[in-house]
Design a protein around this ligand. Structure first.
Ligand code: KG4
Ligand code: ZN
Length: 365
């Protein structure tokens, strides 16, 4: 008879405290029985970014409540679980430690197996949770803290094709919003402001397009925008609504063009593996951007690949992806002990060189 596994997942690597329960019977499609996320946006809003110490304290205060709520919503108790999965990195170390300590406590008290999960593997395995797709597939992670192309070969086997060498795209959107006095998070405000703007009025660079690899760079866009803004202010004494819309549209178009071209290259590399039904999946908050999503859909359609964008609540940080990644590790026999360590850095592809300096949360991978 097909084995049913029920896994509790915990996530606390940045500014979302989350717990979730996921169940799978045999190789049938997994089900998210509950997924609770306590965001911390208002705790950090006065500081213009995530403050690690505040985040860690909030995780420590909220994690147990989150677990109780996730179990309640799933209609289950600890006795119904097969294992406890927890993000063990990469991320802000205080937050990761809060999650790992909470999971160890639950494991020690119940005797349930403990499974440490790489946060990036959580994102990268999400299309299997939501759409049940087979390995190998190409994954693009685009959020405030991550930006990389990965080929997923198995629950613990990933090849990194490239990634940002500086800022993540969401971080660039957030900084752009800050420079133009728009509200945070910057992605949705910049996208809204760009409506009706002229993307050609300002000449933004297209970083690293002259290089044949899959690496990206976004920090130069923000510097370019700052110069353009300062020039307008010097000439006219301030920005009009039209200026702001044109700056946002120009910036967003540069991100779209860069991601489009690098995705085309990553897709070509992935296609050399001859997958029978090529699939490209995206994860991260930036995938909410309509222009970016549409551009990625078009690249995939042109090359005959299926494009998957999981629902936004499973694209952004959540614990269902951690529970599911834990479930996949559990199935292949992985278990961790009470000596599981919290890791600030943890590249998914150990053989690829790390991209120091990338992401607003520090060098994550
Ligand atoms: O995945 P996520 O919720 O959190 C992590 O960074 O891990 O992503 C948040 C990021 C923020 O930088 C936010 O500005 C960006 O995603 N974002 C967007 C949009 N919605 C959210 N960026 C561009 N366009 C959007 N519509
Ligand atoms: Zn994430």
């Amino acid at each position: 008879m097909a084995q049913t596994l029920t896994i509790l997942g915990l996530e606390s690597s940045c500014d979302d405290t989350a717990a979730a329960v996921v169940r799978q019977t045999g190789d049938r499609q997994a089900q998210v029985l509950s997924s609770v996320v306590f965001g911390q946006t208002e705790l950090h809003s006065a500081y213009g970014g995530v403050v690690p110490e505040i985040a860690a304290r909030a995780h420590a205060e909220k994690l147990d409540l989150c677990v109780v709520q996730a179990l309640d919503e799933a209609g289950l108790g600890l006795q119904d679980l097969d294992a406890i999965a927890v993000t063990a990195g990469p991320g802000l170390i205080g937050g990761v430690m809060s999650g790992v300590m909470c999971a160890k406590g639950l494991s020690a008290a119940t005797g349930l197996p403990l499974i440490g999960v790489n946060h990036l593997a959580g994102h990268a395995l999400t299309p299997r949770l939501t759409d049940g797709i087979a390995f190998p597939y190409l994954m693009l992670l685009v959020s405030g803290g991550h930006c990389q192309y990965l080929i997923a070969h198995g629950p613990e086997a990933f090849t990194r094709l490239g990634g940002t060498i500086d800022d993540a795209p969401g971080e660039a959107f957030d900084k752009t919003a800050r420079l133009l006095g728009l509200p945070q998070p910057g992605g949705p405000s910049v996208e809204a402001e760009s409506q009706g703007g002229d993307p050609k009025r300002f000449r933004f660079p297209r970083p690293l397009l002259d290089r044949p690899d899959c690496n990206l760079s976004f920090s130069g866009l923000k510097t370019a925008l700052m110069r353009m803004r300062d020039q307008i202010v010097a000439e006219k004494g301030g920005l009009t609504r039209r200026d702001r819309a044109d700056l946002c549209a120009g910036f967003q178009q540069a991100v779209v063009d860069t991601l489009t071209e690098k995705t085309r290259r990553a897709l070509q590399l992935y296609m050399t593996e001859s997958p029978s039904e090529p699939v490209v999946a995206v994860a991260g908050g930036v995938a909410a951007n309509t222009a970016i999503r549409t551009a990625l859909e078009t690249v995939c359609a042109n090359q005959g690949a299926r494009f998957i964008a999981p629902p936004l609540e499973l694209c952004t940080d959540n614990a269902a992806m951690i529970a599911y990644a834990g479930l996949e590790r559990f199935r292949i026999g992985a278990r961790d002990g009470l000596d599981l360590t919290a890791r600030p850095r943890w590249p998914l592809d150990q053989s690829s060189p790390s991209m120091l300096g990338s992401g607003k949360k520090g060098a994550k991978a």
